[in-house]
Design a protein around this ligand. Sequence first.
Ligand SMILES: Nc1ncnc2c1ncn2[C@@H]1O[C@H](COP(=O)(O)OP(=O)(O)O)[C@@H](O)[C@H]1O
Ligand SMILES: [Mg+2]
Length: 382
Amino acid sequence: MADRDEAVFEAVAAVVDPALFHSLGELGTVRRAARKRGRVEVVVAVPSEHYPDPDELHRRVTEALGAFAEAGSTVSVELEAMEEEERAALGQRLHAIEGVETSAPVGAAGAGAAGRTSPLSAPKSRTRVLAIASGKGGVGKSTVTVNLAVALARAGHSVGLLDADIYGFSVPRMLGVTHAPMVLGRTIVPPVTHGVRSISTGFFVDEEKAIAWRGPMLHKALEQFLVDVHWGAPDFLLVDMPPGTGDVALSVAQQLPRAELYVVTTPQPAAQRVAQRAGALARQLRLPLRGVVENMSWFCTPDGARYELFGFGGGEELSSSLGVPLLAQVPLVTAIREGADDGRPAVIAEPDGEVAKVFEELAARVVALGPARVYRSELKLS
Ligand SMILES: Nc1ncnc2c1ncn2[C@@H]1O[C@H](COP(=O)(O)OP(=O)(O)O)[C@@H](O)[C@H]1O
Ligand SMILES: [Mg+2]
């Protein structure tokens, strides 16, 4: 960079790109950082004209240059779109920053279909992976996943959401994702909605065509979601698991061996059967079961009468028979269904409401549980 001013450069380099999750210094996207006769000029490169959050990036850079403005300089900040090769180079750089092995030999131990592993599965990864599952569909698994993700983000954590329900995806609609991922060469940058980075097959197909995802394509999609998606090492990655223990679920669990399992259930006291199923799920997926969330626990009429429409005690019984905590009971409220239909999760639509409180507490409990202890088999006493 010609006429680069170190003080200006340093201030700008420290800014974190809101859409790429790393500092502009790490990304190498500061194109110009000059200071001449009371004028500070900064140019930052963004991947394309479709860069999702130019205003926020502009705001952050301008804010970082506040000291220069206060000292009387005129500050000019411009964003410029990259050329195609620069985009591909940035994609490679993102992979390098996250430690994605792009050249691992095919069939390397523990690797995905093409021999590539996700940085999220590395032992040193700081991301807690929360796999949200249920014994059957329609109990509110996606609803819980989406609202918990937003609640964690609102509590200040960085959060990713992987919609692994490949055929039954609902995250794009429920979270209200409005723009497509950015594709930089081979790297896919997830859109950020309500503070949550998300990826779903729904971004890549029409709803009617979703059924076309089959066999190898599906594994490829999953692998791409874990390896080629630039998650940016979030504090939490929530996974909306596909139902049951089919191929996709097993594949997710294999590729994310550090995932913790959470089970969503309804209050019907069919505890034994549900417990057996949840226990079997944890064993088959080989993931530690951390807790139970009961959904649709009760319904309150506007005059305050409380009805237990779907029975009572199911969550409590399930958690005690599995020996894990019941982490939350989520009431049945219209705001949840309406929010799911128009992309405004209840936690966002009514931030001071009952549901927001339930999910805030759930988020706090999950944080308090801490990461699952990893038992290394070689250390186990026989
Ligand atoms: N607590 C709740 N109150 C009201 N509606 C809910 C609640 N939980 C889920 N729903 C609605 O029930 C339906 C099924 O929920 P969903 O999260 O899609 O279930 P799953 O992912 O387990 O199939 C959706 O229409 C959703 O909006
Ligand atoms: Mg679902």
